[in-house]
Write a protein that binds this ligand. Structure first.
Ligand code: G6P
Length: 611
């Protein structure tokens, strides 16, 4: 999604903006631009990457201490130089960068055109900057009033930064639906769509709430609402370090994040597992644990990889806590007139905490009176701020667009929640509970062991990198892992891949199998092992190529499959945490060998803040 960076202070703004845009590259974008504002405004923007923008700007005027930059992920209008941000108003007085969608832009544009305003781009954002300029000009208002009046007329979502050449020592920022963070330094302010461009300068941040408008000048910051009600800014301290958002010697963020998983899972349960392994402390659930224990139904909502983690959650809650679970795509749930009862518990899973559909599902569930919990990674993001309670995954910043360590952290939290409820309901004996906790604490070292086999995963990747299609099969807890493996492959290598419940293969996908089709079967030792052996046989009988993820020491599948990827044994409920690792690495190596941009795959965004 679009990235926003703004600066006012004493530093050379060009460097702050370009560094900030590079930090935001991970969000996914197709064009970029900056505006440096001193007595005049200098706007430079072009289709392509930040490096293209740097080349384009070489030799041009960029000196100044106030400005804004943007990476655009196209919604309205194709990615090109004109549609790129910043946008300037028809009278050249206002400059704007915008993340989000102005839903009533067509009607507003028509009205403005009727009054003689000319447009040069196809974007909804240009409509907004022209509306502000028009109100400013006709109403003879201050920039701030024009912005607030214009915002009261728009329907949709925005995170935006605006400058006015009449008031050149000021930036105005506003938020509704799309996140915006303000970094507070000494005599300087940073504005950004997430904290990554800010963290190297200051750890003190203010998260804007919906309908907030911040007026940031060299004299300080004023926070109010669109309706002009004064707000008291609350300063939070970021808990991330600059090292966490660097590649740390790895070729890609995705690879770094895959290799971080022993540590990130440890961070997820650190401080939450009692030393004698007989208790779990999930502080964020302390106030609501009784309601969880009494829950009649849990509804899990999420998108993409977070939805896959939710599917694992379904198995966990039903197995350990005996609570019926429904797992919903947030985008379907919110528009389906769902039946939500006040005694339902809705759990929203989101790495970013900003996914628009998941956030909308949270609001819907709250309106319906359900208790709403969040499982999120980004501290201070919108979903944790709007839910009644929740658990942070503490996996650290995830920069690679393809989610890896966030998934394993989400599953870890879900497992801890299910174990805790199961124990409180007396469905798990103390012995069983302890044994599960011990198994969980052994997961990081087992992942370390899997990571040492990376060379073998790379070798297998090299054999199948030119395939056009893949099928992924799994049963039970490993069915969501099959879905996740297929998603990783298509996201970053652009190979078509389908994840299927292994037994369901007979009802369709089996028709696709021939000697060219690699079939990745996740077949570790659990209660459905015998059944999945039969599924492997069915694939081999049709000449398919079987790449099987198996438990160490497996001899049965080893004799049938073309390749086996061995992982250590663990309890079934934790098997997704191990089985997903070879699949992440397989996709990673295939994508690298195909020359794909692993960290910024085409068309994808890290956090989808539009519907
Ligand atoms: C985007 C990302 C996916 C992610 C999904 C949900 O599509 O590309 O990797 O799984 O959003 O994101 P969330 O931040 O809500 O987990």
């Amino acid at each position: 999604m679009c990235g926003i960076v703004g600066y006012i202070g004493y530093r050379d703004v060009y460097n702050v903006l370009i560094n900030g845009l590079k930090r935001l590259e991970y969000r996914g974008y197709d064009s970029a631009g900056i505006a440096v504002i001193n007595k005049e405004s200098h706007i430079y923007k072009c289709k392509g990457k930040v490096a293209d923008l740097e080349r384009f700007i070489q030799g041009k005027v960029v000196s100044g201490t106030l400005g804004m930059g943007h990476t655009r992920w196209a919604t309205h209008g194709e990615p090109n130089d004109i549609n790129a941000h910043p946008h300037e108003s028809y009278n050249k007085k206002f400059i704007l960068i915008h993340n989000g969608i102005i839903e009533n832009y067509a009607r507003l544009k028509e009205k403005l055109e009727h009054r003689g305003v000319k447009f040069i781009s196809e974007t909804d954002s240009e409509v907004l900057v022209n509306l502000i300029a028009y109100i400013h000009e006709k109403g003879n208002t201050s920039a701030e009033i024009a912005v607030r009046l214009a915002l009261s007329k728009v329907v949709g979502a925005y995170g935006l930064v605006i400058a006015c050449t009449d008031e050149p020592d000021k930036l105005i920022a506003a938020r509704k639906g799309s996140p915006l963070v303000i970094g507070v330094g000494n005599n300087e302010y940073f504005l950004a769509s997430d904290a990554t461009p800010i963290v190297e300068y200051t750890k003190s941040v203010i998260y804007l709430n919906d309908d907030d408008v911040a007026i940031v000048s060299r004299d300080g910051l004023v926070l109010k609402t669109v309706r002009n009600n004064m707000q008291t800014p609350r300063i939070h301290q970021l808990d991330i370090d600059i090292g966490e958002i660097d590649k740390g010697g790895y070729a890609h963020f995705m690879l770094k994040e895959i290799f971080e998983q022993p540590q990130s899972i440890l961070d997820t349960f650190r401080g939450r597992v009692a030393q004698d392994l007989n208790d779990l402390h999930l502080g964020g659930l302390f106030q609501v644990i009784d309601k969880l224990v009494e829950a009649k139904r849990i509804i899990i909502v999420g998108c993409g990889t977070s939805w896959h983690a939710g599917l694992v959650g379904e198995y966990l809650f039903e197995d350990l806590a005996r609570i019926p679970v429904e797992v919903e795509y947030a985008s379907e749930f919110r528009y389906r007139n769902p039946i939500i009862k006040p005694d339902d518990i809705v759990i929203a899973i989101s790495q970013s905490g900003e996914t628009a559909d998941t956030l909308a599902a949270v609001r819907l569930a709250k309106q319906a009176g359900a208790l709403v919990l969040g499982i999120c990674n980004v501290v201070g993001s919108s979903i944790p701020r709007e839910t009644d309670a929740g658990v942070y995954t503490h996996a650290g910043p995830e920069i690679g667009v393809a989610s890896t360590k966030a998934f394993t952290a989400q599953v870890t939290v879900l497992a801890m929640m299910a174990m805790l409820i199961g124990r409180k309901k007396d469905l798990l004996s103390e012995m069983q509970f302890r044994s599960y906790i011990r198994s969980l604490t052994e997961i990081p070292s087992k992942i370390e062991k899997i990571l040492t086999m990376d060379g073998e995963f790379r070798r297998i990747a090299s054999l199948y990198k030119d395939s056009n299609n893949f099928i992924y099969l799994g049963r039970g807890y490993l069915f969501p892992v099959a879905l996740e493996g297929a998603l990783k492959l298509k996201e970053i290598s652009y190979i078509h891949a389908e994840g299927y419940p292994a037994a369901e293969m007979k009802h369709g996908p089996i028709a696709l199998i021939d000697h060219k089709m690699p079939v990745v079967v996740v077949a570790t030792k659990d209660s459905s092992y015998e059944k999945i052996v039969s599924n492997v046989q069915e694939v081999k009988a049709r000449n398919g190529i079987v790449i099987a993820v198996v438990t160490e020491g497996d001899t049965v599948i080893k004799n049938i499959a073309d390749h086996v990827l061995e992982i250590p044994a663990t309890d079934t409920l934790f098997s997704p945490l191990l089985a997903v690792i070879p699949l992440q690495l397989l996709s990673y190596h295939i994508a690298v060998m195909r020359g794909c941009n692993v960290d910024q795959p085409r068309n994808l965004a890290k956090s989808v803040t539009v519907e």
